[in-house]
Design a binder for this molecule. Structure first.
Ligand SMILES: CC(C)(COP(=O)(O)OP(=O)(O)OC[C@H]1O[C@@H](n2cnc3c(N)ncnc32)[C@H](O)[C@@H]1OP(=O)(O)O)[C@@H](O)C(=O)NCCC(=O)NCCS
Length: 154
């Protein structure tokens, strides 16, 4: 993700407020500075989707991030947001982005309890609910995916 992507990413984000919190260029810029991964999926020169992850210990003013900081004991990756544009959904774009961020660490994220599409997506990738947090009148389900164990490494 580069600075020249920011306008498109803010636009994508603001068209997906059923699933993610609002973003403007300034808050995106701050988020990317804190991020350990900020990736875009390119489709013929257009941005089909993006994902942003944060490491533990970031100065991120988010009650959901704090909840994971207070709850998880071992190292993990916080996935702040994933958005795929309307016209590229259900084509494996989010799955490809997740394959890039899923490594040896658990991944933590929250999903609005009303976001059935995201819940179906995350269930399909093996995420499990470990709690719930209500903030600003919205209930978030707190999900974690443990890394897959490589049986051949034993
Ligand atoms: C959730 C989101 C990122 C999924 O992106 P996507 O690129 O369409 O997802 P994929 O194509 O990789 O889907 C993989 C699997 O997830 C599940 N899934 C995805 N969309 C689904 C839907 N609309 N209904 C049911 N299951 C769905 C399916 O199991 C799917 O596999 P399949 O297509 O082989 O059946 C996308 O819908 C989105 O951007 N939503 C708005 C923003 C948002 O809610 N982000 C998540 C915040 S927590």
């Amino acid at each position: 993700m580069t600075h020249s992507d920011f306008d498109s990413i803010v636009h994508l984000n603001q068209n997906a407020l059923e699933g993610v919190g609002p973003l403007d260029n300034e808050s995106l810029s701050l988020l990317v500075k804190m991020a350990d991964q900020a990736l875009v999926a390119d489709h013929d020169g257009d941005i089909a989707g993006f994902v942003i992850t944060l490491p533990p210990g970031a100065e991120y003013d988010s009650s959901r991030y704090r909840w994971f900081e207070d709850t998880l004991v071992d190292d993990y990756v916080y996935l702040d947001r994933i958005v795929v544009s309307d016209e590229h959904r259900r084509a494996g774009v989010a799955s490809s982005l997740y394959e890039e961020v899923e490594g040896d660490l658990p991944i933590a994220l929250e999903v609005y309890e009303t976001n059935d599409v995201s819940l179906a997506f995350h269930e399909s990738r093996g995420f499990e609910e470990i709690g719930a947090l209500t903030d600003h009148g919205k209930t978030n389900l707190m999900l974690v995916r443990e890394p897959e164990v490589d049986e051949s490494a034993a």
